[in-house]
Design a binder for this molecule. Structure first.
Ligand code: BG6
Length: 466
């Protein structure tokens, strides 16, 4: 019996600000991510996101590589600042043309385009009026969604609203969406994003009735650090504020009383209008997409005043949430070169939990290993650790399907090398190497890694030859 459904969408992912480069080309206006690598904590290099992998000027060649690997789908984000020029909503036709060309090329190769509408890159013109924590954001996101549905709606079957809405809210300052020093209630920010998402789902139903739309948070099983009841309570707390509250909002149409009471106790209550409540109730998704890198382990903080700063290296590791619980290391798990825990069985656990809770089909939109790949003198990249990582995760995904989880597709991170959100060009994720480094743009040549050939075989066998 074949483990994966016949129409299973094998592919991979990228995001605009990490892949396209060309930040000043084609009429694109500035976004907060254009300067993200200028932060003091970012690895020092010359160009970071300004040039990224220059996909903007190499899209045809990049799609040809995806086609050669046999991709059935490709998940990419549309850059809001490449499409909309200002807060009046003027459209940049060059941007529309770029994405139309990309989508047409994918369709020509029978690759299903899967579009993330927003992946962290808030245009400056929105940040200047207060950014994501304002009504301006939700209104402008709705207008932007309308432009997307009008221009690409006839060609796109799967829309993803906001990449990692949960990380965007919880790690707002780490991801740069809230300027340092600006004090925001993360839960109000989350609510604003949920409203923005609800508006675009409602609009999608009207404008593209045949399309499917879903959220794309970052979800992971939370373990209890011990069998102490207090640690289990921390697990429940972190599960709620890291995973479920976001999916409850979109899939169940609101927030749980346990969550709302928790906010009240901490003096972090959020304002929700009647209209917003209605919108949340009327915007159920068709499927759940989520990004999975690792699991999380929780304990009750020994001292409630534990330091928040110690968590803030990136948006995935050690995401303790004051008032709810502390995230600690899991000594059972191996780690990547960059210290991220590797937990393939945790992947099966997470898939089961999400499916059991919401009973909606699942699409994986990110999963992968960041590594310092080495280009050998004879032009090869032997990334056996990446193959091993994928083998183990795909095996567990197959077991989750056997368990009864309904899955649509798997789009790991990333199709081709791009610039990591937190750790520069040296942290590579792709099946294809891009010949540049932190300090030298070189020729940006695309070089197939060993994992490219392995993934190609896996796709050709529909996941049989792992
Ligand atoms: C996800 C983001 O959180 O993690 C991606 O959606 C990001 O944009 C990925 O690149 C990996 O994180 P990092 O910091 O290693 O690039």
């Amino acid at each position: 019996m074949n483990k994966f459904p016949k129409e299973f969408l094998w592919g991979a992912s990228t995001s605009a600000y990490q892949f396209e480069g060309a930040i000043n080309e084609g009429g694109k206006v500035p976004s907060i991510m254009d300067r993200f690598d200028e932060q003091p904590t970012y690895p020092k290099g010359i160009t970071g996101f300004k040039h990224a992998s220059d996909h903007y000027n190499n899209w045809k060649e990049d799609v040809a590589l995806m086609a050669e690997m046999g991709f059935k789908s490709y998940r990419f984000s549309i850059s809001w600042p490449r499409i909309i020029k200002n807060k009046e909503g003027d459209v940049n036709n060059e941007g529309i043309k770029f994405y139309n060309n990309l989508i047409d090329e994918l369709l020509k190769h029978k690759i299903e385009p899967i579009v993330t509408m927003f992946h962290f890159d808030t245009p400056d013109f929105i940040q200047e009026v207060g950014g994501a924590c304002t009504n301006a954001f939700t209104e402008l996101f709705e207008k932007y969604s309308k432009v997307l549905f009008e221009n690409f709606g006839s060609k796109i079957k799967y829309w993803l609203t906001i990449n990692e809405l949960n990380m965007f809210a919880l790690a707002a300052q780490v991801i740069g969406v809230v300027p340092p020093g600006q004090n925001v209630n993360p839960w109000q920010l989350m609510h604003h994003l949920n409203v923005a998402q609800a508006k675009s789902i409602i609009l999608c139903r009207k404008m593209c009735p045949d399309a499917k739309i879903g959220p794309a948070p970052n979800i992971s099983t939370v373990y209890s650090n011990s069998n102490k009841p207090e640690d289990y309570l921390a697990k429940l707390n972190l599960d709620m504020v890291r995973n479920w509250v976001y999916l409850d909002a979109v899939c169940r149409g609101g927030y749980s009383s346990i969550f709302m009471n928790g906010l009240k106790k901490m003096g972090l209550e959020i304002v929700i209008t009647e209209d917003e409540n209605k919108m949340l109730k009327n915007s159920k998704p068709d499927f759940i997409a989520f990004n999975y890198y690792s699991t999380m382990t929780a304990q009750m903080p020994i001292n409630e005043s534990f330091k928040k700063e110690k968590n803030n290296k990136d948006q995935q590791t050690g995401l303790s949430i004051p008032g709810f619980g502390e995230a600690v290391k899991n000594n059972q798990l191996q780690k990547t070169q960059f210290g991220w825990e590797i937990d393939p069985i945790g992947f099966r656990n997470t898939l089961r939990e999400v499916y059991d809770r919401y009973q909606l089909p699942i699409m994986i939109t990110e999963n992968g290993i960041g590594a310092r790949d080495v280009l050998t003198k004879d032009g090869k990249v032997h990334d056996d650790y990446r193959i091993d990582y994928y083998q183990k995760h795909i095996e567990q995904m197959a077991l989750a399907i056997e368990d009864g989880v309904e899955m649509i597709g798997y789009m790991p991170w990333s199709a081709i090398d791009l610039v990591s959100t937190h750790e520069g060009v040296s942290k590579r994720y792709g099946f294809v190497y891009v010949n540049r480094d932190e300090f030298d743009l070189k020729d940006m040549k695309r070089i197939k890694k060993d994992s490219f050939y392995w993934y190609k075989k896996l796709i050709a066998s529909n996941g049989e030859e792992i």
